[in-house]
Design a protein around this ligand. Structure first.
Ligand code: HEM
Length: 160
């Protein structure tokens, strides 16, 4: 939701994100795996973008680095939610956004990939905390993700 250019993200929305994350993160290894299995089901070729999957003899599903990327996505969405509530915009440190934008351009990440990850993220949350899941929770995570991605994309090179 946007009003006079400032995004309105309420305390309740922030709480929906933060509280569900605090439950989910207890089993972060399984969570990371779940997220990536979904991503690769929808977009199998996305595997080729990850150097540690391309170059590794370990089956993708057992690669611990997948967990690390999934954690970055979850944790940064939580930070995004907190920032949105406090300031109405995503204020990840500027250097971090620049690095993330430049790196994701380099890896060949395009809009469709961000859409796939969003879908997989919301499905993973729904399956992990079904008792907490609601349309409001879906909207809160969706917004936190969308604004974070918009901030990363703003730092990506236009050719991608
Ligand atoms: C690497 C975060 C979305 C593909 C990374 C890294 C972080 C990160 C922190 C480590 C490198 C660095 O710090 O620059 C995020 C966040 C995302 C997101 C917060 C969304 C909110 C995506 C999407 C894709 C993707 C949609 C494509 C499906 C990659 C790849 C790497 C990477 C291929 C490099 C892995 C490697 O080979 O080492 N990401 N990412 N990311 N990300 Fe993302």
């Amino acid at each position: 939701m946007e009003s006079e250019g400032k995004i309105v993200f309420t305390e309740e929305q922030e709480a929906l994100v933060v509280e569900s994350w605090s439950v989910m993160k207890k089993d972060s290894a399984e969570l990371g795996l779940k997220l990536f299995i979904k991503i690769f089901e929808i977009a199998p070729t996305a595997k080729n973008m990850f150097s540690f999957l391309r170059d590794s003899p370990i089956p993708a599903e057992q690669n611990p680095k997948l967990k690390a990327h999934a954690m970055s996505v979850f944790v940064m969405c939580c930070e995004s939610a907190a920032q949105l509530r406090k300031t109405g915009k995503v204020t990840v440190r500027e250097t971090t956004l620049k690095r993330l934008g430049a790196n994701h351009s380099k890896y060949g990440v395009v809009d469709e990939h961000f859409e796939v990850v969003k879908y997989a993220l919301l499905e993973t949350i729904k399956e992990t905390v079904p008792e907490m899941w609601s349309p409001e929770m879906k909207a809160a995570w969706g917004q936190a993700y969308d604004h974070l991605v918009a901030a990363i994309r703003a730092e990506m090179t236009p050719s991608n």
